[in-house]
Write a protein that binds this ligand. Structure first.
Ligand code: GLU
Ligand code: MG
Length: 441
């Protein structure tokens, strides 16, 4: 008997509230035919936790059906991960049975928010997710932080990763050895919000698959060890007009921000204590968001300071660079336990709230908030970010504007997932929490 023929598969995926990318595979040659109808999906999937339980109670129960419709322009395919069949991931939208957007689809929520930004304010956002991860469950040969040798010791992981990401269409920019133990980082070119979040998902999955095939498990968990360096997801944002001109920067303004960017980022700062419930949404997220760890611990905007929650990034004129086109602001209070669509959505919604309210641009803090008096912090509007997931959920509960951005049942599901995580880690030490999550992400 001859060996069975292998069929090329494409997996249509969605990324859920626990930031786990889940989906269903179909024969790749059926993908175009399936573009309109998609594959089956169900509302209760939105209540899945990172432990693969279903948060309970949830508003969906065992009832109901949806479709997961592939977006053929969001197909990430590469043969370079070392697996025996191609990596072929197609991002989908969760829709109702008649094709209408479903209110619980994170990707749909982000698209709607980005569309509103264009319609109401004529602004197009470009974003890029800069992601850090660590090789875990393996002792690599020792190498210095950031060193040439640190990347070479995992060869061919670096060049193969670059090739795989390029083939998949992610537009990788830099693959680097980072500061933490066995830590690496990948950056890619900016794109409009939905595509940027698609890329963030594709990067995570390609890194994990290639890592597995190179004998190293890649973990994107916010902290793999309590005393170690954190793994951040830094989200870079810039605003453009509909003609494709950069409009984030005003070189003449005191803080370098245009009026539009000032209002946008004031909105982000104002709502940030509640936003972290979406951008740093797991128990270990708060082991990372601590002062003096180059993550973010306060709601402050700074010029080129890596302790700031919002960092105005540097521009350069070397090599003929154009500062207006480079200028961007980096949101640092995010990690990979956050769904990238929802993290981006929360930032766009907060920015929109700032624009709609015509908020004044935020001041640049003169120094680290640890060194500011209480009166100075109040004058600058600087507050400590929540110090635990419990506190972040309380901040969300206390911010009716942010709560109003989601339908009631969707918000209930979201909070239910987070509460299931809190219940799971009750009684665990911080080290045990890190251990648990490094295995999940
Ligand atoms: N690892 C740091 C974090 O947790 C970031 C270091 C950097 O600036 O790249 O966000
Ligand atoms: Mg980094």
């Amino acid at each position: 008997m001859s060996a069975p023929q292998s069929v090329s598969l494409s997996t249509i995926v969605t990324t859920d509230f626990a930031a786990i990318t889940r989906g269903r595979a179909i024969a790749a040659d059926r993908l175009e035919a399936a573009a309109g109808s998609g594959v089956g999906w169900l509302p209760a999937n939105l209540a899945l936790t990172p432990f693969d339980s279903i948060a309970s109670p949830n508003p969906w129960g065992s009832f109901g059906d949806l479709r997961l419709a592939p977006d053929l322009s969001a197909r990430f395919r590469t043969t370079a991960t070392g697996a025996s069949s191609p990596f072929d991931l197609v991002v989908g939208d969760v829709v109702e049975l008649d094709g209408a957007p479903w209110r619980g689809c994170p990707r749909g929520l982000l698209r709607t928010a980005a569309d509103e930004l264009a319609e109401r304010h004529g602004l197009i956002l470009r974003m890029s997710f800069e992601q850090e991860f660590q090789a875990v469950d393996v002792d690599l040969p020792p190498a210095h932080a950031l060193s040439f040798g640190a990347l070479r010791r995992v060869d061919p992981f670096g060049p193969t990763l670059f090739a795989a990401l390029a083939e998949a269409g992610v537009e990788p920019e830099v693959v680097l050895p980072e500061f933490g133990r066995q830590q690496f980082e990948v950056t890619c070119a900016p794109a409009e919000p939905v595509r940027a979040a698609d890329r963030a998902v594709a990067i995570r999955e390609i890194v994990r698959e290639l890592g597995r095939n190179c004998g190293l498990r890649a973990s994107f968990a916010p902290k793999v060890a309590v005393d170690g360096v954190g793994n951040g997801v830094h989200i870079h944002l810039s605003l453009w007009d509909k003609a494709g001109r950069p409009v984030t920067r005003d070189a003449a303004a005191a803080n370098g921000l245009s009026a539009a960017a000032g209002a946008f980022f004031s909105g982000v700062l104002r709502h940030m204590p509640a936003l972290v419930a979406f951008t740093a949404p797991s128990p270990p997220s708060y082991l990372r968001l601590r002062p003096q760890s180059w993550s973010a611990a306060y709601t402050w905007l700074a010029d080129r300071d890596r302790e700031a929650a919002l960092r105005v990034c540097p521009t350069w004129t070397a090599g003929g660079g154009d500062p207006d086109r480079q200028f961007n602001v980096e949101y640092r209070a995010a990690d990979a336990t956050a769904n990238p669509y929802l993290a981006a959505w929360a930032l766009v919604r907060a920015g929109l709230a700032g624009l709609d309210a015509g908020l004044a641009p935020p001041p640049i803090a003169p120094r680290h908030p640890d060194g500011l008096s209480a009166a100075e912090r109040t004058a600058l509007g600087v507050v400590r970010l929540p110090e635990s997931l419990e506190d972040a959920l309380a901040a969300l509960d206390a911010d009716p504007i942010v709560r109003g951005w989601l339908a009631g049942d969707v918000l209930e599901t979201y909070v239910g997932v987070r509460r299931a995580e809190l219940a799971r880690v009750a009684g665990l030490s911080p080290a045990q929490v890190c251990d648990l999550y490094q295995g999940l992400y």
